[in-house]
Ligand binder design. Structure first.
Ligand SMILES: [Zn+2]
Ligand SMILES: [Zn+2]
Length: 268
């Protein structure tokens, strides 16, 4: 028996998910694009200022993503009410160590799922209707972090809808994963690099995706498909070989500006 009606859950989840988006993505945008931006010009990954039309499109897509994630959340909590999921709320049921292990396991599984579905969405036959919306902003802002075409949003929400039936997860673990997902996505779409230049080649940092890493994906569709970790990109040869040791973000921008100038000259 459900503790609340299906529509009540949907409404509450939708409100919470949308509020989370406006607070974290909107807050980061406000902070970096009005206050901090002028002090961080050397860390900017942008060539042009963001366009208000593109931001509006990102917010529209995120609105639909919030509906899809709200339905997914409702199905999960309904499953919990009916006792069909492996979600639990007793901290000591599997021991405290399990909270950490299951947290890392879900991040690794989600990263793997994301890498392969993301590559699939870039297939020419699928791209237009599954992933084009996310790439409409060639230079993303935090508003792009939740901007998915509905098929992609369904695929991403499905991960959580399935994982709660496969792996026992405490509610705290699930919420922690959702928070990491939100914050990481905002950082990756920030348009500014928050980590030092040495992060890309640091023995630990090189395994994590950063704003620089993901901004290259938004310009070079055939590279950098990962979500949290660079593992799959490195293993399957979709990481730019110059990423670690080569150019920094300013250099990327200079190279692209140069290419653009040549292209313009050829057209003329
Ligand atoms: Zn993509
Ligand atoms: Zn992106």
């Amino acid at each position: 028996m459900l503790a609340h009606s299906f529509y009540f859950y949907c409404f509450v989840f939708f409100g919470a998910i949308l509020a989370r988006y406006f607070i974290i993505a909107g807050g980061a945008y406000f902070l970096f694009y009005t206050f901090l931006g002028k002090y961080l010009t050397k860390r900017s990954l942008r060539r042009f200022p963001p366009l208000s039309g593109t931001i509006r499109q990102d917010i529209e897509l995120s609105f639909f993503s919030a509906i899809i994630f709200a339905v997914s959340g409702t199905l999960i909590i309904s499953g919990y009410d009916l006792g069909t999921t492996l979600l639990y709320n007793d901290l000591h049921k599997y021991g405290l160590w399990y909270l950490g292990v299951s947290f890392v396991a879900v991040l690794v599984l989600q990263d793997t799922y994301f890498y392969f579905t993301h590559r699939m969405f870039h297939h020419p036959k699928l791209f237009k209707w599954t992933h084009y919306g996310h790439h409409r902003s060639g230079e993303p802002t935090p508003w792009s972090s939740f901007a998915f075409d509905p098929p992609e949003a369904i695929a991403q929400a499905l991960f959580f809808g399935v994982i709660v039936f496969i792996i026992p997860l405490h509610f705290i673990t699930l919420i922690a994963v959702l928070m990491v997902m939100t914050i990481w996505a905002v950082v990756n779409h920030l348009g500014f690099e928050v980590f030092p230049p040495s992060f890309k080649s640091h023995w630990l940092g090189k395994w994590f995706i950063s704003a620089t890493h993901h901004s290259i994906h938004h310009r070079q569709y055939r590279l950098h498909y990962g979500l949290y970790f660079t593992f799959w990109d490195r293993l399957l040869g979709t990481q730019d070989p110059n990423y670690e040791t080569g150019y920094c973000y300013q250099k990327i921008i200079e190279i692209e500006a140069e290419t653009q100038r040549h292209g313009d000259a050829e057209i003329r």
